[in-house]
Ligand binder design. Structure first.
Ligand SMILES: N[C@@H](CCC(=O)N[C@@H](CS)C(=O)NCC(=O)O)C(=O)O
Length: 199
């Protein structure tokens, strides 16, 4: 198999690098930068949208970080549940994090950590933090019932949700111990650490 992963680990491509590393896949990594990937004519021939990440798997091109992760897990048969109900729950959690949390989380993390200090807007961080309360409380309750989101072990559902909100480990830690401890369990995994060290 010839798998290429496009995108620097300092972008949503980290999610895919993490998954591929968990699965023990062999791959080539093209660490394209999010600041100029859209202007890269050669890359637009691979992914016409010009965004990162994308993959080429023996010429099959796929974009959208979370969809790529579901594809890789399903194809390898690892971190992917063997029954229809748990597969549906994996899709449920993946869609949930993308639609209920990612926008507010990105705004909060940008204006708290990611942007240079001079560009951060405390009011935007505060309004995003307010929007995150409900979804994070929902996640806290789910993780009070079970150590992992689907089934009894770390799986694609955990990886997709954790990879979207990893910096939440530093957000109101005392208020949501189950979320914080679960994120610690996910993000201290060797595959996450290894993927994060890539360019
Ligand atoms: N929903 C997409 C978002 C892709 C995306 O917007 N990626 C950013 C980098 S994290 C990017 O390519 N930015 C450059 C641009 O939009 O020009 C995914 O999860 O893969």
């Amino acid at each position: 198999m010839s798998l290429i992963i496009y995108g620097t680990s300092r972008s949503r491509a980290l999610r895919v690098l993490w998954m591929a590393t968990e699965l023990g896949l062999e791959f080539d990594h093209e660490p394209l930068d999010w600041r100029d990937c859209r202007q890269n004519a050669a890359y637009r021939l691979v992914n016409p949208a010009g965004t990162i990440p994308s993959i080429s798997d023996d010429g099959f091109v796929l974009a959208e970080s979370l969809a790529i992760n579901l594809y890789l897990a399903q194809k390898s048969g690892m971190l992917w549940p063997g029954n229809a109900k748990d597969q549906a729950l994996t899709l449920q959690w993946t869609l949930w994090v993308a639609t209920s949390l990612e926008t507010a989380y990105t705004q909060w993390a940008s204006h708290t950590y990611w942007l240079p200090e001079a560009a951060r807007d405390a009011a935007l961080a505060a309004s995003a933090a307010a929007q995150m309360q409900g979804p994070l409380d929902h996640l806290e309750r789910a993780l009070a019932r079970s150590e992992w989101l689907v089934g009894t072990a770390f799986s694609a559902a955990d990886l997709n949700v954790a990879s979207v909100i990893s910096v939440v480990r530093r957000f109101e830690r005392e208020k949501r111990p189950n979320v914080s401890n679960w994120l610690d369990r996910c993000c201290t995994r060797p595959a996450f650490q290894q993927a994060a060290k890539r360019p």
